[in-house]
Design a protein around this ligand. Structure first.
Ligand SMILES: [Ca+2]
Ligand SMILES: [Ca+2]
Length: 180
């Protein structure tokens, strides 16, 4: 009896330890992915991190709700988007072929499923929109239809995918637009 119960205990221990380790490293990877986006946003050949912080915004989105995009390389100007209760920052790659990675921003907000998607590029005078803000509905995101990407068929163009309220329905429409 005594001998039989012993191996069972050892097996239990072996099973538990790898599970704890796995979930721990998985959480770390998730956090890292959300917090640090790497890219060469000023085109100087060195990659820097981009991050976002929100100021003056309650859980109910009361306040100024300004979100500032800033960089680990402090020579790159930060810029502010409002209203946004934080949001997701994307490195979109170099969409317009100027040697600089471009930035996408999808703001968090408390109401509505309609949120704009912003695309920014660094010009000599500072950050400016590469294209007008793209209207997106949460259905579009759930369907995994990302708002902007390089047009693989036409050099200097991007494909913009936007949501539109049409005939009492939400339609997702894509079109090719020249950006360079
Ligand atoms: Ca850089
Ligand atoms: Ca660019």
């Amino acid at each position: 009896m005594h001998l039989k119960s012993h191996p069972k205990k050892i097996t239990m221990k072996k099973l538990i330890i790898p599970i704890v380790l796995f979930s721990g490293s998985f959480m770390m990877a998730q956090e890292e992915k959300q917090e640090k986006i790497l890219g060469d946003f000023d085109g100087n050949g060195t990659k820097e991190y981009v991050d976002a912080k929100v100021t003056d915004c309650s859980d109910e989105c009361d306040g100024k709700c300004e979100t500032t995009i800033y960089f680990s390389d402090k020579t790159i100007k930060s810029f502010t988007i409002a209203p946004a209760k934080g949001g997701a920052v994307y490195n979109l790659g170099d969409l317009n072929g100027d040697g600089k990675d471009d930035i996408g921003f999808y703001p968090n907000w408390c109401t509505s499923c309609w949120h704009p998607f912003y695309v920014y590029t660094l010009s000599k005078t500072g950050w400016k929109p590469l294209v007008p803000s793209i209207a997106t509905h949460c259905n579009q995101w759930e369907a995994d239809q990302f708002p902007i990407r390089k047009d693989p068929k036409k050099k200097g163009n991007v494909i913009i995918t936007t949501s539109k309220w049409e005939n009492e329905d939400i339609k997702v429409i894509s079109k090719s637009v020249k950006v360079n």
